[in-house]
Design a binder for this molecule. Sequence first.
Ligand code: CAA
Length: 247
Amino acid sequence: MTQRIAVVTGANGGLGETMCKALCDQGRKVIGTYLPTDEENAKNWQQQMQEQGYELAIYPLDVTDYDNCCSMIATVEQEQGPIDILVNNAGITRDAPLKRMQPEQWQAVLRTNLDSMYNMCQPVFDAMCSRGFGRIVNISSLNGEQGQFGQANYSAAKAGIYGFTKAIAKEGARKGVTVNAVSPGFIDTPMVRQVPENVLESIIAGIPVGRLGQPEEIARAVAFLTAEDAGYITGTNISVNGGEYMS
Ligand code: CAA
């Protein structure tokens, strides 16, 4: 079998890195995307990955821009080959209580966390269906499941991912293309470390497992869903949250 090509958006972020490593460990050819404004960091990161034995190609990408997604995907397919696996991981927070949330905070989070799903899936989906194989994993969040104080924007976007995931899972089901969500809880990443210390302490106190999750614990779910023999799992969500929300 030819080596499958996996694209991970937001690859050089807190969760993306471990997803890239897990996909490499699975024998995939991994392509990471990074924010165009973050080129220098991304190149350093690629170098560090290489030193650890992980060979990744990286491409600049703004997931909020449909045309940019289409052109990046076309370039990857031309330079590397067809995309079989897509992990929509790029995401941001702009937390504020609703009474203080500005339109820019709402729009930035909806565009990055939800529009990106359409922007990335739409240009790859038909070709995956035609080839009879595809694995798409959309990274949602515990806070899309339960809602979170100060995250009306983020919770709305992450909840929207479930509807999107289920709809296109139905469209891909007979074509060998699975589409699932993974919902991380509070994981030890720079995004979570931005939460004010006192707030984070009370959040950790409410996690039944009693600690933050590790990025590898999310990557494990992604690798599970993208495996060759995961073809009967589609339209579902794996919550990885230390028991904080049990649906
Ligand atoms: N539930 C109920 N009330 C709360 C609350 C909560 N969880 N958090 C704060 N409040 C109350 C406070 O007690 C305070 O009440 P009073 O005005 O009566 O004193 C009021 O709301 C204002 O609180 P803050 O002083 O904290 O307000 P702020 O404007 O300084 O900050 C905030 C608001 C930015 C939302 C801040 O509370 C915050 O950062 N919260 C954490 C948000 C969060 O969990 N983000 C997750 C980021 S990680 C992530 O998103 C990854 C993932 O997928 C899980």
